[in-house]
Design a protein around this ligand. Structure first.
Ligand code: ZN
Length: 213
């Protein structure tokens, strides 16, 4: 299975990606992790990406594509397939990706903008162990982590301003990318509201139907 997953930040993409990869026996590739691994392993494209990151620049499309291509060629993916999360983000990246691999289904996990904004702005995280809380589900004692006693805080990039900026980039860049897969008949659109299990069942049904058609 060769899957792509799209969704706004806060749509539950991370949770659902892990469940889907397990369900289909595919390798979950998060672009951020792949990029960090390529840099850490000092592969040729990793070193190229590092030179941009070190100077505070965004890694350009063609370098990012090289990082993804290098990962897709590894034996675990050749054998088990992939679920790619976080790539492509732009139409040129999508076209380039389709030049190096076939894609069976691209899933769009849809959660309305006001819902994700509310989810993210109410999110709090333990600064020590990373456990996630929210304003509605705080730790038992003040903002002290139940697990480790660390301080529970709001991430600097979870402020309403920072989130609004990322959501705007999603609308202007990623929405057209999703349409590009729709035009090719590869898109499955799935409602992302509900419990993780409900959403998972919907995703599997939509993916299986898309693959069978
Ligand atoms: Zn903690």
């Amino acid at each position: 299975m060769r899957l792509l997953i799209f969704g706004r930040q806060g749509a539950g993409k991370g949770t659902q990606s892990a469940l889907l990869a397990e369900h289909y026996g595919a390798v979950h590739i998060s672009t951020g992790d792949v990029l960090r691994a390529a840099v850490a392993n000092a592969t040729p494209v990793g070193l190229e990406a590092k030179s941009y990151m070190d100077s505070g620049q965004l890694v350009p499309d063609e370098v990012m594509l090289g990082v993804v291509e290098e990962r897709l060629a590894q034996p675990d993916i050749v054998e088990h397939g992939f679920l790619l999360d976080g790539f492509p983000r732009t139409v040129p990246q999508a076209e380039a990706l389709l030049g190096i691999t076939d894609v069976d289904v691209a899933v769009d996990l849809v959660v309305p903008e006001d819902v994700v904004l509310e989810r993210i702005s109410s999110r709090r995280v333990c600064s020590s162990c990373g456990r996630i809380y929210s304003v509605g589900m705080p730790p038992a004692e003040g903002w002290t982590c139940d697990t480790c006693g660390g301080e529970v805080v709001q991430r600097a990039d979870d402020t309403p301003e920072a989130v609004a900026k990322r959501l705007a980039a999603y609308s202007s860049e990623t929405e057209p990318t999703i349409r590009c897969f729709e035009d090719k008949g590869l898109l499955a659109t799935v409602d992302g509201l509900g419990t993780p299990t409900e959403v998972q069942d919907r995703l599997v049904a939509a993916i299986d139907a898309a693959v069978a058609s």
